[in-house]
Design a protein around this ligand. Structure first.
Ligand SMILES: Cc1cc2nc3c(=O)[nH]c(=O)nc-3n(C[C@H](O)[C@H](O)[C@H](O)COP(=O)(O)O)c2cc1C
Length: 213
């Protein structure tokens, strides 16, 4: 079947896109409001967009059912304080990440609800999650307001990664050992990456011409 996106409802559009643009990495974003109150929430409309300069992007929809422009706490905090940290979501943090997605009132600290603690970041004021094995410290590069959403671009200013997950030769991330998880659809489905790697180096053109594949 084919869905005409001109006539699809917002719910259909959401369900189809998040089921097909998958698996997606999950950013568990810590941010702070202007009074220093900490917030944490996961976002899977997230990826790195370029490396020179190092820019990541994520899409944050406004609060459902609210007035047209009531942003989620994460989007509002980033707009007001200009900083955030993307904590990488791994298998061991899945349950806590899901608790952080609960629609708690603004004054509730999601990290406390999830039993997570923080550690100071290197460059930005917003702390990273102590239990996260890797984190990207970001400064807001720009925010675009598009329809009911904000697309936030962040410039990565520092990267924390536990030593054991770095192969200094590259440096490469020991991704097979990190066990990141990805989001699959709106039915609460995720993928694990443990024991799921397919290694397929790119083919240099010279080798291709020789018929070696
Ligand atoms: C795995 C996962 C991924 C999510 N991705 C997004 C997303 O990309 N954009 C979005 O607006 N909400 C997303 N959400 C929902 C938010 O996490 C949720 O609305 C959260 O309560 C927002 O918190 P805040 O108001 O503290 O920022 C996701 C939830 C989960 C569980």
């Amino acid at each position: 079947m084919t869905f005409d996106m001109e006539t699809a409802t917002a719910r259909e559009t959401y369900q189809l896109l998040i089921g097909l643009v998958a698996p997606r990495p999950i950013a568990l974003v810590t941010s702070m409001n202007e009074d220093g109150r900490l917030n944490a929430a996961p976002f899977s409309s997230y990826n790195y967009l370029c490396t020179d300069p190092p820019i990541i992007g994520m899409g944050v929809t406004n609060r459902p059912g609210g007035a047209p422009f009531v942003p989620k706490d994460t989007a509002r905090n980033i707009r007001r304080t200009g900083e955030f940290v993307v904590n990488v979501v791994t298998e061991d943090l899945a349950r806590q990440m899901n608790i952080c997605a609960t629609d708690f009132p603004s004054e509730v600290d999601e990290l406390e609800m999830a039993g997570l603690t923080t550690a100071p970041s290197q460059v930005v004021k917003v702390p990273r999650i102590a239990q996260a094995h890797a984190a990207l410290e970001c400064r807001e590069f720009t925010t675009m307001e598009i329809g009911r959403s904000r697309i936030i671009l962040g410039r990565v200013v520092a990267i924390y990664i536990e030593d054991k997950f770095v192969d200094p030769a590259g440096p490469y991330v020991r991704a097979e050992e990190l066990h990141a998880i990805g989001r699959m659809n709106g039915l609460g489905s995720y993928v694990k990456t443990r024991d799921a790697f397919l290694t397929m180096p790119r083919i240099p053109y010279e080798e291709w011409k020789k018929g070696k594949r």
